[in-house]
Ligand binder design. Structure first.
Ligand code: URA
Length: 405
């Protein structure tokens, strides 16, 4: 007999736990419409207020994963991916996928677009002329077995329950709930058919989680639920008070990722990429040695070509003017803030306000300094690459974000 929706909602409202069967039934009903939007909203609100046990969160994650297609791969190696909770200048995926594939893993990477001040991998890839992020699954399957990695967008068939619930969470102010965030992130990643998942949980001004403590709670939940759902899961907490690397903005970030793949990347980007790949210090060191000698560059070129792109072409997004902001005195960089700099790139057009808005591939910032660095009067601090919008606002944000003492 099917559970009664009233009983299920009542139990959640009173802080009781739901069974895996009840959660699967509820999620199925949310997707097929037999559970109304009002009932789904009540479920979210009660979950937000009452929380969920680990077992419930595992059940919710699996039910959301199973609401759509769950991919599986016929490859002779471990299937791995990483997920970042999002940051400013975070182009790790572009370096990590070919590097991990070069080390023998298979990386079926399904990524999102940027929303707000954080960038999205798909927007970055689309700065590469010809690069297609919407290839059919059969083509992705071939790329995975031939190249060892692919980088594609979410299809409508993967975890459709998350799309419905995420929109409803936005409407009902129930986004910041650890069980709901956990199930949302993991349902999509687990639908990729992974053996292993490496998580980069960011905290700080430019991150979704503002404090280290909140990021730790999310990381603990993600690891426990990922493991509970049968995927080897590990998490790193990383500081997103400062941008990662120097470039912020789509084409600028691809350029920086390419430099890193040639062994010439910024230290923080190279180090984080290798730490996310390695299960122990030896694996981190092996990844780093390979990256530093440009060992994944050729695989990046194969990946780009397999997606229809030209790795040697000039990136889209030319035609930007560059304004260089210089230090107006000698001093030390006291602040180099991820949120302000991310917002500056966003108002220039590197990010989108609504899901259907176009981004400008070329605009953004190159941040020449880091917090704590001594600078002399006249030294370049930030280069602002701008086109047709947002320059004055971006300059004000850069002024607030990079402060000398
Ligand atoms: N990212 C997701 O995919 N889901 C959330 O709920 C939050 C961040």
């Amino acid at each position: 007999m099917s559970p009664s929706i009233e009983r299920v909602l009542e139990r959640k409202r009173e802080g009781g736990a739901l069974t895996a069967e009840e959660i699967a039934w509820l999620v199925q009903g949310i997707v097929d419409g037999s559970v109304t939007r009002a009932q789904a909203a009540a479920f979210l609100a009660f979950t937000y207020l009452r929380g969920m046990t680990r077992d419930e969160t595992v059940a919710l994650t699996l039910a959301m994963r199973d609401s759509g297609q769950v991919l599986s791969w016929d490859v002779a190696g471990r299937v791995v991916d990483k997920h970042s909770t999002g940051g400013v200048g975070d182009k790790v995926s572009l370096v990590l996928a070919p590097l991990w594939a070069e080390l023998g893993a298979y990386v079926p990477m399904i990524s999102g677009r940027g929303l707000g001040h954080t960038g999205g991998t798909l927007d970055k890839l689309e700065a590469i002329p010809g690069f297609r992020t919407d290839l059919p699954v059969e083509r992705l399957r071939a790329i995975l077995s031939q190249v060892g990695c692919f980088m594609a967008g979410q299809t409508g068939q993967l975890a459709p329950a998350d799309r419905i619930l995420y929109a409803l969470r936005n409407e009902t102010s129930t986004v910041p709930s650890i069980p709901l965030i956990t199930a949302s992130i993991l349902s999509k990643k687990l639908a990729e058919g992974l053996d292993e998942l490496s998580l980069d949980v960011k905290w700080g001004t430019g991150a979704f989680m503002k404090t280290r403590q909140d990021a730790q709670a999310l990381a603990d939940s993600l690891v426990a639920v990922g493991e509970g759902a049968g995927v080897r899961t590990r998490a790193r907490l990383t500081d997103m008070n400062h941008p990662l690397g120097r470039a912020i903005g789509n084409a600028l970030e691809v350029q920086e990722a390419v430099a890193c793949l040639k062994g010439e990347g910024p230290e923080d980007l190279a180090a984080l990429t290798c730490e996310l790949i390695g299960r122990d210090a030896d694996e981190v060191a092996a990844a780093r040695a390979l990256l530093d000698r440009g060992g994944a560059w050729e695989r990046w070129c194969r990946l780009v070509r397999a997606h229809g792109g030209d790795p040697d072409a000039v990136l889209q997004g030319g035609g930007c003017a560059v304004r260089v902001i210089e230090a107006d005195s000698d001093g030390v960089v006291a602040r180099c803030d991820a949120y302000d700099l991310g917002r500056a790139a966003f108002v220039l057009g590197a990010g989108r306000r609504a899901a259907d808005e176009q981004v400008h591939p070329g605009v953004g910032l190159v941040v020449h300094v880091q917090q704590g660095q001594a600078v002399s009067k006249g030294q370049p601090l930030v280069s602002v690459h701008h086109a047709d919008r947002g320059l004055d606002e971006a300059l004000a944000l850069v002024g607030a974000g990079v402060v000398l003492a």
